[in-house]
Design a protein around this ligand. Structure first.
Ligand code: GLY
Ligand code: MN
Ligand code: MN
Length: 438
């Protein structure tokens, strides 16, 4: 993206998204959707820029400091972009800009202006509007301008999130590509694993695979060996992994802004111990049960309930929980099984790795029902942290952390696992570990 004319979707697809969004606003509403700004990393250097997902969704604009504007003109909606104008001096340091003319010629918009003129032009549009639909918190200057207007303000996400949650065929194709690329990266990492390997070395195999394919991580890769796997957002990735330990790798990539998100757990010496096998198979059974629950019409939480029931029963069968199933689950799925499975079973996936639209419709609305075109992750896990002193863990399970995560597309024909090329059966994994080590 950012190469002139090289957008990930057809003009028709962007125009359709814009029409679906703009037509749900009142005709006297001014729509203003800002993108992100560049963030300082240290002194005068910046983090790599990544455009706001709403901007990418509406028009694929990937440069910073832009604003998408929608307004009604003679009964039809017009879409415009405020962009950074061409500037040779700035481009010498920061990279080439598309500019106003480039935006007009190659992007799915009707009008383009310099961001330097936004104050004047937006003030004028405000004076002809009765309300504003926007997303606050991304552009301070715009937020101030909007507040000063004293117009009624709507949160544009209330409409946009419902649109983004259902993926089009073009989006699903890109997400499938991202899923396959991340699967291949995991397979290469499994093949290159050996006892005493550094967590950072596995990270390097995975992320090299992404960059070699013009992709990048969609979130900070998690590579946790042994007890580190019990820290849910561990990403120090700086320890060696002992012979006999498992490694949990949660890593995904981004293609054209769309994320994949995979977790696999494997023994660095290529052989699961009996205790590791017991927990692994339990998590795998829970994952399969949750995937089966990803059917059209199910509530959002049905997949979490499915995995929770399998895990709670398994914890009882293994003697880790000493109670009956109802007690283990608790009245609201908040029983003692949550000591070992403390996160949700999945989240929506899309332009954001934790994509919009999960859980409830709106802040207090009813639970969302699964519909064709939704993509979500399924990722149950069990964690027996040797470093915790607040719960009792049988010694043989201490230091085991296992999560298995796939990306699942909901269809009328049932769940489709986009990451199905990434092996997860014990026999498959055992035969792959170390295959590329001489
Ligand atoms: N990688 C973050 C997650 O699985 O939610
Ligand atoms: Mn995830
Ligand atoms: Mn993940």
């Amino acid at each position: 993206m950012g190469v002139i004319g090289d957008l990930p979707f057809s003009m028709e697809e962007y125009r359709l998204r814009q029409d679906r969004f703009l037509s749900q606003n009142k005709e006297d509403t001014l729509v203003l959707i800002p993108t992100n700004s560049v963030q300082t990393r240290s002194n005068d250097t910046s983090y790599p820029f990544r455009a706001n997902s709403y901007m990418l969704y509406l028009c694929g604009w990937s440069e910073p400091e832009a604003i998408f504007m929608g307004f009604q003109d003679s009964g039809s909606w017009k879409s415009c972009l405020f962009v950074r104008p061409r500037d040779t001096r700035a481009e010498i340091w920061e990279g080439r800009r598309v500019g106003i003319e480039g935006a007009l010629e190659y992007w799915p918009i009707d009008e383009a202006y310099s961001i330097d003129d936004m104050d004047k032009i937006i003030q004028n549009k405000i004076s002809n509007s009765n309300s504003i639909s926007t997303i606050e918190g991304f552009n301070k200057e715009l937020d101030i301008l909007i507040k000063k207007s004293n117009l009624e303000i709507f949160d544009a996400r209330d409409i946009l999130d419902d649109l983004r949650v259902i993926k089009s065929e073009e989006e699903i194709k890109i997400m499938h590509d991202a899923a396959i690329l991340a699967s291949n990266a995991h397979i290469e990492a499994i093949k290159k694993t050996y006892p005493e390997i550094g967590e950072w070395e596995i990270q390097s195999v995975i992320e090299s695979h992404f960059s070699a394919n013009q992709s990048c991580p969609s979130y900070s890769s998690i590579v946790g060996g042994g007890d580190n796997a019990t820290i849910l957002h561990y990403n120090s990735n700086n320890m060696k992994i002992s012979d006999g330990d498992l490694v949990l790798v949660d890593a995904g990539c981004e293609i054209s802004g769309y994320a994949s998100d995979i977790t696999r757990t494997w023994p660095v010496n290529g052989k699961f111990s009996d205790a590791q096998k017991e927990i692994y198979n339990l998590v795998l059974d829970a994952e399969k049960a949750a995937i089966e629950a990803c059917v059209v019409g199910s509530t959002w939480s049905s997949m979490h309930h499915a995995s929770s029931k399998v895990l709670a029963k398994g914890l009882i069968d293994l003697g880790i929980l000493e109670c009956n199933l109802a007690e283990a689950l608790g009245e609201n799925f908040d029983g003692p099984y949550r000591n070992f499975f403390m996160h949700g079973t999945g989240h929506m996936l899309g332009l954001d790795v934790h994509d919009v639209g999960g859980g409830r419709q709106g802040d207090k609305g009813p639970e969302r029902l699964l519909s064709p075109g939704m993509v979500l992750t399924i990722e149950p896990g069990l964690y027996f942290a040797g470093w915790r002193s607040d719960i009792e863990i049988p010694e043989k399970y201490s230091g085991i952390g296992i999560r298995i995560e796939d990306d699942v597309l909901v269809t009328d024909e049932g769940p489709v696992i986009l990451t199905s090329s990434c092996p997860k059966e014990i026999s498959e994994i055992e035969s792959l570990v170390g295959e590329m080590i001489e």
